[in-house]
Design a protein around this ligand. Structure first.
Ligand SMILES: Cc1ncc(COP(=O)(O)O)c(C=O)c1O
Length: 407
């Protein structure tokens, strides 16, 4: 069987079934979500509220992905030499269409780490150049900048984002005030991974642009989670993982680079087969697991069958469902903003008298609820991340556990 044209067997979960039981604008209605839950292979022995690490593939995506692996395995190098480049282009086009951005501004990478590294390490840094980032940004990116400090003598300027900002301007001003004539790049998390706070990226990019500074957005948690268009943000670079909220196979991400910036980036792996202003020069990583890219197209189709808006509404509903039940309890502190424009699925909660690690282990050992402890100088608590298959009953169990632990 030829791989080209292989598509997801979505017929088992087609639009008719998908829409049954769903009332527009009613993300709490259960029939639809109960049916969708059947499309995931969930463990019966614990409640998974740690979906921020990566999202498991839905069964139709897993089935299609497994088939891609099987076929690739049987065809060997014949596939690589005769069909891979066509499929690679097809996958890239499908991603560009999904993102609504020009195909010559996007590549498929292995993850956000690779995408951000391609930009951060691809810039021609000079001694004394400055980069702005937040202490709440992801550790790997902060490490990359730390290395540049040692290697090229750049200066890293770190700001700290308040957990409960009152206005967008409060955040934008932090970035704007950190800019100097030496600033070359700002790193901004679209969603802070430890608290789930969504930052006003468009306004931050606008402020940076006014001062001629480029912005790299770490959108690891944004794509497939809530609705937006990269082109509306006005950023220069955008990095994301597709194995998180899109539910693509593990090892799949994207990098968006504004066309005019491609030329000035040095590739991590030299590649003379593309022109300096062709984004594909940044995509050379050696022999690649093509089944992942093919599976990513299936994940896009599955995601579209739910609908970005519907998924976003449900995810926000689930977060609000549990946070609203504990937000005002003395001794319990929710580290995620209440404003719906500043959050979606991810929430962070602390019980004042407990260490984050003890909270996470108690939740797992006593209540069989899987979460992750967050213990940084800026945020302490456990991160709670439901997904489309999470039920309100599961969240009731979380709320009861938190209340009991709080005493
Ligand atoms: C904000 C943020 N950036 C980057 C990453 C790294 O993602 P990946 O491991 O897929 O590269 C993560 C992972 O959780 C993250 O939360």
């Amino acid at each position: 069987m030829a791989l080209a044209g292989l598509s997801l067997p979505l017929s088992s979960f087609g639009a008719g079934i998908l829409n049954r039981g769903y009332e527009e604008g009613q993300p709490g209605g259960d029939d639809y979500w109960t049916a969708l839950r059947q499309q995931y292979m969930l463990r019966p022995d614990f409640i998974n509220l740690e979906n921020g690490y990566y999202s498991m593939m839905a069964l139709p995506v897993l089935t299609a992905y497994t088939e891609h692996v099987r076929i690739l395995n049987s065809e060997g190098s014949h596939y690589m030499r005769t069909k891979m480049s066509t499929d690679k282009q097809r996958a890239r086009q499908a991603l560009a269409d999904f993102l609504e951005c020009p195909v010559d501004e996007v590549i498929i990478t292995r993850n956000t780490t690779e995408s951000t590294a391609t930009v951060i390490n691809g810039i021609d840094w000079k001694k004394g150049d400055e980069a702005i980032m937040a202490v709440q940004d992801y550790g790997s990116m902060l490490d990359m900048f730390k290395q540049l400090e040692k290697r090229h003598g750049i200066r890293n300027v770190k700001i700290s984002i308040p957990n409960n900002p009152k206005t967008d301007e409060e955040i934008v001003a932090l970035y704007r005030n950190a800019i100097t004539p030496k600033t070359k790049l700002i790193l901004v998390s679209h969603m802070i991974n430890i608290t789930g706070q969504i930052l006003p990226v468009r306004k931050i990019c606008q402020a940076a642009r006014q001062k001629g500074v480029k912005v790299l957005v770490d959108g690891a948690h944004a794509v497939g989670h809530f609705e937006f268009r990269i082109s509306d943000l006005g950023c220069d670079f955008y990095a994301a993982s597709l194995h998180k909220w899109l539910g693509a196979p593990l090892g799949c991400g994207l990098l968006f680079v504004k066309k005019e910036h491609v030329k000035s980036l040095w590739p991590l792996y030299a590649d003379s087969s593309y022109a300096d202003d062709d984004i594909r020069k940044l995509n050379h990583t050696g022999t690649q697991p093509m089944a992942v890219e093919l599976g990513m197209m299936d994940a896009i189709e599955f995601h579209k069958s739910i609908g970005s808006k519907r998924k976003e509404e449900r995810l926000r509903f689930l977060q609000d469902y549990w946070t609203s039940k504990v937000r005002n309890i003395p001794g319990i502190l929710v580290n995620t903003p209440e404003d719906p424009a500043r959050h979606c699925a991810i929430g962070n909660v602390r019980i004042a008298k407990m260490k984050p690690a003890d909270m996470a282990s108690t939740l797992m050992d006593k209540y069989h609820i899987w979460t992750v402890a967050i213990d940084t100088s800026a945020v302490q608590g456990v991160r709670i991340t439901p997904h489309v298959y999470t039920t309100t009953e599961e969240l009731d169990q979380l709320v009861n556990a938190l209340k009991e632990m709080n005493g």
